[in-house]
Ligand binder design. Structure first.
Ligand SMILES: *Cc1c(COP(=O)(O)O)cnc(C)c1O
Ligand code: SF4
Length: 347
């Protein structure tokens, strides 16, 4: 078989899975630790720990992501991001429920206006996947998002502050919302003349690429706003052929694609893995943007890579890759007017 027909077969297979409605795949996500272990042919001795972690923050992994994990491999870098562990119950000094100080920066419920020119909107608390290291594992979403009547208050805030030119839809994950809702939100934002950029922070094009369907592309294409989608992938194995197709479709509608990753012990804490991630991202049309050091959220201490080691890794990465494939190493600090850049350093 030559590479051409191999590609054609891969395209045809991807087309079949992308026919499956994303909402069905979203609803069918695996939430039972025992089912996860069974599906991946992992020892049931892992179950008590998984149940303990699950009781703190629920397991959630969509099927299309599960398919990219290696059966029988407990060290699989994608599995590590989603498998609940006993270790999550351990208290660790300096690890808190709200490590990034988001609640202090809330201008009106659901609107974080911390950075000059940019306002971030917490559109929903839901996600397609529950990442064990996520700072949102204990974020009080019920009070702090723009659902229902809160949207009008959020809009009023954006309208009265002419310094805001970019709106970031975040969450949770904004792309779990329906296209009907999202299109209506974007129309409201477009009516505010000083807003000219729309940024969407989402892990769905990676973990559930079927989300990038005609309805989504429709409202994105029609918008007068410049559009940036910031993906979240931590390992090259996450970026399969369906993700590549989703990225191609997004770019074809004029969307700029960036990626943010988190530096995670046992997932991507070596330069070869980070280099492969950058190379694969670029191959599918995405520029590496941020590499975050871990937010010190309770339950995630076992993922920590300390800053001196993080800096060493990034320096080595910079010696391996062209500059545009080296992400910015950043840390989120409570109360600061921007993310703190560790490399390249800003002072
Ligand atoms: C990360 C972040 C932004 C965007 O920062 P950039 O450096 O422009 O990517 C905006 N608001 C909040 C609250 C953030 O955490
Ligand atoms: S907000 Fe992002 S990192 Fe956190 S659980 Fe959702 S998808 Fe994962």
């Amino acid at each position: 078989m030559n590479t051409h027909s191999g590609q054609a077969i891969a395209d045809a297979q991807a087309a079949r899975t992308s026919d499956v409605d994303w909402r069905a795949l979203y609803a069918r996500a695996i939430t039972d630790p025992e089912e996860l272990l069974r599906r991946l042919e992992l020892p049931l001795s892992l179950l008590p720990g998984a149940l303990a972690g699950n009781s703190l923050f629920r397991l959630r992994v969509p099927e299309p992501l599960l398919e990219r994990m290696r059966p029988g491999d407990v060290a699989d870098p994608l599995l590590r991001q989603v498998l609940p562990l006993e270790a999550e119950a351990m208290e660790a000094a300096g690890f808190d429920p709200d490590p990034v100080g988001d609640l202090q920066a809330m201008a009106v419920p659901g609107v974080l206006h911390k950075y000059s020119g940019r306002a971030l909107i917490v559109t929903t608390g839901a996600c397609a996947v529950n990442c064990r290291y996520c700072f949102r594992r204990s974020f009080p979403y019920s009070d702090a998002q723009t659902g229902g009547h809160r949207w009008q208050a959020a809009l009023a805030y954006l309208r009265q502050d002419r310094s805001i030119s970019e709106v970031i839809l975040s969450g949770g994950d904004p792309l779990v919302l329906s296209d009907h809702k999202l299109a209506a939100m974007v129309r409201d934002l477009e009516s505010i003349t000083h807003i000219n950029r729309l940024r969407i922070h989402s892990r769905l094009p990676v973990v559930l690429p079927q989300r990038v369907d005609d309805a989504l592309l429709g409202w994105l294409r029609r918008s007068r706003l410049q559009r940036v989608v910031v993906l979240h992938a931590n390992h090259a194995n996450e970026l399969d052929h369906n993700v590549e197709l989703a990225c191609r479709r997004l770019r074809d509608t004029g969307v700029t694609l960036l990626n943010q990753a988190v530096l995670l012990r046992g997932v991507n804490d070596d330069t070869d893995t980070l280099a492969r991630l950058s190379e694969r991202l670029f191959a599918i049309g995405v520029l590496p943007y941020y590499l975050h050091v871990l937010d010190r959220v309770q339950g995630a201490a076992h993922f920590l890579v300390e800053e001196p080691e993080a800096k060493r890794l990034l320096q080595e990465l910079a010696s391996m890759l062209p500059g545009y494939l080296v992400p910015r190493l950043a840390r989120e600090d409570a109360g600061e007017p921007n993310k703190t850049l560790l490399l390249p350093a800003t002072d």
